[in-house]
Design a protein around this ligand. Structure first.
Ligand SMILES: *[C@@H]1O[C@H](CO)[C@@H](O)[C@H](O)[C@H]1NC(C)=O
Ligand SMILES: *[C@@H]1O[C@H](CO)[C@@H](O)[C@H](O)[C@H]1NC(C)=O
Ligand SMILES: *[C@@H]1O[C@H](CO)[C@@H](O)[C@H](O)[C@H]1NC(C)=O
Ligand SMILES: *[C@@H]1O[C@H](CO)[C@@H](O)[C@H](O)[C@H]1NC(C)=O
Ligand SMILES: *[C@@H]1O[C@H](CO)[C@@H](O)[C@H](O)[C@H]1NC(C)=O
Ligand SMILES: *[C@@H]1O[C@H](CO)[C@@H](O)[C@H](O)[C@H]1NC(C)=O
Ligand SMILES: *[C@@H]1O[C@H](CO)[C@@H](O)[C@H](O)[C@H]1NC(C)=O
Length: 217
């Protein structure tokens, strides 16, 4: 018998496709990256320098949507996230636009209180981080780095939120300082935001269910 069994061919195609998918280097889970590793996010005001080279640290990591940056730090430093290179290079958010720059933490007036700030990565592409403390000196002296955020597994449903209200300074010591900017990689809602948000939640649910199905198959 010369002709091959169609069932066997289908099986072969399935196996090949599975192998190809497995060979592609993709993220398999979300990762929390502690900024600076064990060193944390600190500035030494005596030596006038950052505790470590944060650009070098960032170069050792691969960042994907849904990952978190964990800033293990104190109130002596702040965490400013921006998508705007001009803002990053200026080491100041004074002239920054409300929708491309966000400040986390730094609400306390007390010096040296330890704090851990979790920043979710919610947009693909170049993202910049710096400390705004010391009127830009900390940033000029090493408290700054940029990262490239890749697609990875995409945003998990829990991070798919509607765009945030305009920035307001968090009250001192408040947990709200850790609220993610909730930036969504899709076009902003038109008209009735509530309807749009519902759609986002549903999309998220379907995505999650589809994922579950895939995992079970
Ligand atoms: C990563 O950090 C976030 C925010 O603090 C937390 O909710 C999540 O459980 C952490 N994930 C892991 C794997 O540690
Ligand atoms: C800060 O820098 C000073 C001067 O270089 C050094 O003596 C001190 O140990 C540093 N502090 C920390 C916590 O590394
Ligand atoms: C730290 O460096 C900045 C320049 O980046 C300089 O203006 C400042 O005087 C220095 N501070 C100290 C304490 O050396
Ligand atoms: C930090 O390391 C990068 C290379 O990763 C280097 O280009 C840069 O000059 C270093 N910065 C400092 C302040 O040493
Ligand atoms: C933050 O730093 C403290 C003290 O250095 C350490 O005990 C803790 O494990 C660190 N946390 C993270 C998330 O790395
Ligand atoms: C970046 O921010 C500056 C203000 O610091 C603003 O003038 C500029 O339009 C922003 N660039 C982009 C691409 O939004
Ligand atoms: C915070 O800054 C104050 C004032 O510059 C300094 O005395 C203190 O040692 C710093 N604490 C930490 C943990 O960096």
């Amino acid at each position: 018998m010369r002709s091959a069994n169609p069932m066997a061919i289908l099986l072969l195609i399935a196996i090949t496709a599975t192998a190809a998918a497995a060979a592609t280097p993709t993220a398999t889970k979300y990762v929390n990256h502690t900024v600076g590793g064990a060193t944390g996010w600190f500035f030494n005001s005596t030596s006038n320098s950052s505790f470590t080279n944060y650009s070098s640290w960032a170069a050792t990591q691969t960042f994907n949507l849904g990952d978190y940056l964990i800033f293990n730090t104190s109130t002596n430093q702040t965490v400013i996230e921006t998508y705007n290179q001009t803002t990053y290079r200026s080491c100041s958010m004074d002239d920054a636009l409300d929708d491309d720059t966000f400040e986390y933490g730094g609400g306390s007036n007390a010096f040296g209180d330890s704090q851990v700030i979790a920043v979710p990565l919610t947009l693909k592409g170049l993202t910049y981080y710096f400390s705004g403390a010391g009127d830009g000196v900390q940033c000029q002296r090493g408290m700054a780095f940029e990262i490239q955020v890749n697609q990875g597994l995409g945003l998990p449903p829990v991070l798919r939120q509607p765009p945030p209200p305009p920035y307001t300074a968090p009250p001192p010591g408040s947990e709200s300082a850790e609220t993610p900017p909730g930036t969504v990689a899709e076009t902003p809602p038109k008209g009735n935001g509530a309807v749009r948000n519902g759609a986002n939640v549903r999309e998220g649910l379907f995505g999650f269910l589809a994922l579950l199905l895939l995992v079970r198959l």
